[in-house]
Design a protein around this ligand. Structure first.
Ligand code: MET
Ligand code: ZN
Length: 773
């Protein structure tokens, strides 16, 4: 390896890649639509990468010292790693080109499916709201260097005058995040294939070194998670094996292993001992290891700036932490705790937020500036940065004292709650009351809430926002859409209808806009998965509801049909999980405030004649702490918040909840404790695997396992849905089973939606007939 490589004194672990105005999204979607070529897409992407390098040097990162990480991705960094190592699942084996490489079109096919073959499953990246694609690894998986994109991007940077740091998901995390392939025998762990995978990483590191890379970053966040079902001793042995193998290569860049999202615990001594050159710690979520002396001459990359949240934070404290660590290690570098992937680009894009709130915030670019400020302070002494530290301290103080941050009536109401506010009557009694009130058939059919958001709807919303469409006209257009969606559902034959959520830009932002205590951004997009971005709201103050939010839309929809219309709300945990939330009080306290606001809304829906209310909690699993020791407390407050929101209704009012993209293993008890009458879940991609778990766990309330994946344009066949329903019925009694898609339909088009739902209804009729007969 390059013996002389010195790690830069300041860096970040990664940077948003979607572009400040979602340029990558537009380009990728244009490529999918066939309106631009692969070459055109490549050139847009190269332009974005060049902009990022330039922006980061402007913010103070070095141009030629490996401090700029290359973290671009067309879709997902785990998919990138999968393509780099050629780990194609059997059903996609033909995507490997004759020259042994996986091209851009093939790359997207893995993410989106190809009509015949379902795409890779998608799941949450640690405790963030980013989703990665899950590799499928079995004894049959072949590994080969099938994409040298990482090398090419390094060379591209070099030609542009930058010495950057290539980044790839490390081999241990890659396998920890993979699931066993269908062909894998019982008990097989993807990690068992580490020995076969490492030669490809070795080859890649050799190629990077030959291209002139001085450092490579291996992201190994898998090491901090206690939610991965692999014995810890196995993980640590794999880490030792991997770092030994890569560390002893004769040709390689210096190796930086980063482990964001929590503390490394017992993996730290393993890395400290390993033949690598730098170790990165998340010092926002995790702790500084008690003893750093084992690092020897290695660089400690101290993640003292929060990469995962938008608050400006306490810069003085970050400086003190960095300085204290500097005294204990041979080399210190200042860094963000995680990649900045989770943050919008810059507060400069948000002039409408107001000076107060803006002064409390730091988006990606401001975090980079914080890193470089600390670097300067460590090099030149604290006095050199005292104006920056003073400004940060003043902002923190102004935030504490600002109106709205604490609202005494909200606080008094939360303080007065008692146990009965969190409980409904017995389930048996509720079932009786609801059967009588609703009279639904066996295997009732419904949808998850949203219907396609057409261009017309989006246009109307944009015009309304701009002021070119009056509130009255906007309301008229939304009502027309609701009427159309109700008629369509009646025609298809669904049993429980929805109003379709046309008025919602986003299921969280919509409520944030209508509750006190939130601010919404104009350009604060962050990548959720692939080309999909969200614009999280900022929850900065005490939360309350000043007026009904959804009641008017729901009762209008109900007035158009004799079938029950399901009211549709987003739950407290999801509102928190998909917003940037104040960090100056426990999350549980904030959740309770949101729950009380929703409780008021549900009471108003019920009073307006809505008999079923769905409170979506798709994010319940994602906020689960990665460390087991913190999980019970989390589940306690999160389940409590849902119950507080929903427990005010009468027995005859049916409460639904919806959870998507989740593996339920560890949260199954929590789902049961929500005590929702009906729970709809994602299940089609894993072909009902979750239903068996639910069955054996004694879950006895209603359950709607998704019968088709709405994330791809594929239309499910009747036979396929029948098969899934029959599978579900082997694990669950018929009285529990509901029929619905995996998730909301807002990203789909109308034609495919009608076709898909029509097939679902046909399948349901077949199964009903079989069951009845
Ligand atoms: C991400 S879960 C989405 C639930 C919401 N009710 C919808 O149908 O869009
Ligand atoms: Zn969903």
């Amino acid at each position: 390896m390059t013996k002389t490589a010195v790690f830069p004194t300041g860096t970040i672990l990664g940077y948003p890649r979607i572009g400040p105005r979602r340029e990558l999204k537009s380009a990728v979607e244009a490529f999918w639509a066939g309106t631009i070529t692969a070459d055109e897409l490549e050139s847009t992407a190269a332009g974005l990468r060049a902009d990022i390098r330039e922006r980061l040097t402007g913010l103070g990162l070095g141009r030629a010292d490996s401090s700029i990480p290359e973290t671009f991705s067309f879709y997902d960094q785990v998919l990138d790693a999968l393509c780099t190592v050629g780990a194609l699942p059997e059903r996609f084996a033909s995507l490997l080109g004759a020259d042994g490489t996986i091209d851009l079109a093939a790359y997207f096919t893995l993410a989106r499916g190809d009509g015949e073959n379902p795409p890779l499953e998608m799941t949450k990246w640690f405790d963030s709201n980013y989703h990665y694609l899950v590799p499928e690894i079995g004894p049959e998986t072949r590994f080969s260097l099938a994409s040298d994109r990482i090398v090419r991007e390094f060379v591209e940077a070099k030609q542009g005058g930058y010495l950057t740091r290539p980044v790839i998901v490390g081999p241990v995390t890659f396998l920890l995040l993979a699931k066993p392939s269908d062909a894998a025998p019982e008990g097989f762990l993807p990690l068992d294939r580490l020995r076969d995978l490492l030669p490809v990483y070795s080859e890649l590191l050799g190629r990077l070194a030959e291209a002139g890379a001085e450092w490579v970053q291996l992201d190994e966040p898998g090491l901090v998670s206690e939610s991965i079902p692999v014995p810890r001793a196995t993980v640590l042995a794999a880490l030792r094996h991997s770092t030994d193998t890569l560390g002893h290569l004769s040709t390689r860049p210096a190796i930086f292993v980063a482990a964001p999202y929590g503390s490394l615990d017992d993996a730290f001594p393993v890395l400290a001992d390993a033949p690598i050159e730098a170790v990165g710690l998340d010092l926002v979520r995790g702790q500084t290891p008690f003893d750093l002396s084992g690092l020897g001459t290695k660089t400690l990359v101290a993640g003292v700036i929060d990469g995962h949240n938008v608050w400006r934070g306490d810069l003085n404290a970050a400086f003190d932490t960095a300085q204290a660590i500097a005294a204990q290690v041979a080399h210190l570098a200042v860094s963000t705790s995680t990649s900045l992937l989770h943050l919008p680009h810059s507060i400069d894009d948000e002039p409408a937020l107001g000076d107060g709130l803006l002064s409390w915030l730091a988006f990606a670019d401001q975090k980079v500036a914080q890193v470089t400020t600390l670097v300067r302070g460590l090099a030149d002494g604290k006095a050199a940065i005292s104006p920056d530290l003073a400004a940060a301290a003043a902002a923190l103080q102004s935030r504490q004292d600002a109106p709205g941050v604490r609202d005494s009536s909200v606080r008094a109401r939360a303080a007065a709650l008692t146990g009965t506010d969190f409980t409904r009557g017995s389930y048996e009694h509720r079932v009786e009351a609801q059967d009588a009130a609703l009279g639904l058939p066996a295997l009732p059919t419904t949808t998850i809430g949203s219907f396609p958001q057409t261009t017309d709807i989006r246009r109307a919303r944009a015009q309304h926002l701009r002021g070119t469409l009056s509130a009255e006209d906007y309301r008229g257009l939304m009502r027309a859409e609701i009427a159309r969606v109700i008629a369509l559902q009646e025609q298809i034959g669904l049993d429980v209808l929805v109003h379709g959520e046309p008025e919602r830009n986003d299921m969280v932002q919509y409520f944030a806009e209508n509750l006190e205590g939130f601010a919404t951004t104009a350009n604060g997009w962050v990548q959720s998965y692939g080309s999909r971005c969200t614009r999280p709201s900022i929850l900065w103050g005490d939360v309350s509801r000043s007026a009904p939010i959804s009641v008017d839309w729901a009762s209008y929809a109900q007035s158009l049909t004799a079938k029950p219309v399901k009211g549709m709300l987003t739950g407290p945990v999801t509102i928190l999980a998909w917003s940037f939330v104040r960090e100056d009080q426990p999350l549980g306290d904030t959740a309770r405030q949101v729950a009380l606001a929703l409780r008021d809304e549900i009471a108003d829906l019920e009073a307006a004649g809505i008999q079923i209310v769905q409170v979506d909690e798709p994010a319940l699993r994602e906020l689960l702490p990665l460390k087991r020791a913190n999980q019970a407390a989390y589940l306690d407050w999160s389940v409590g918040a849902f119950r507080l929101a929903t427990a005010g209704v009468s027995a005859a009012t049916q409460i639904h909840t919806h959870l998507c993209y989740s593996e339920f293993g560890v949260v199954i008890d929590a789902i049961r404790n929500l005590d929702a009458d009906v729970t709809s879940i994602e299940a089609a991609r894993s072909r009902m695997a979750v239903v068996a778990d639910l069955g054996t766990s004694g879950f006895d309330h209603g359950i709607g396992p998704g019968v088709y994946d709405i994330h791809s344009p594929r239309i499910p066949s009747v036979a396929e849905v029948v098969d899934l329903l029959e599978r579900a019925l082997t694990a669950l009694p018929e009285r529990q089973l509901w029929v619905n898609p995996d998730c909301g339909l807002k990203t789909r088009g109308y034609a495919e939606t009608v076709e898909s739902l029509t097939n679902v209804l046909a399948a349901t009729r077949q199964v009903r007939a079989r069951v009845a007969g």
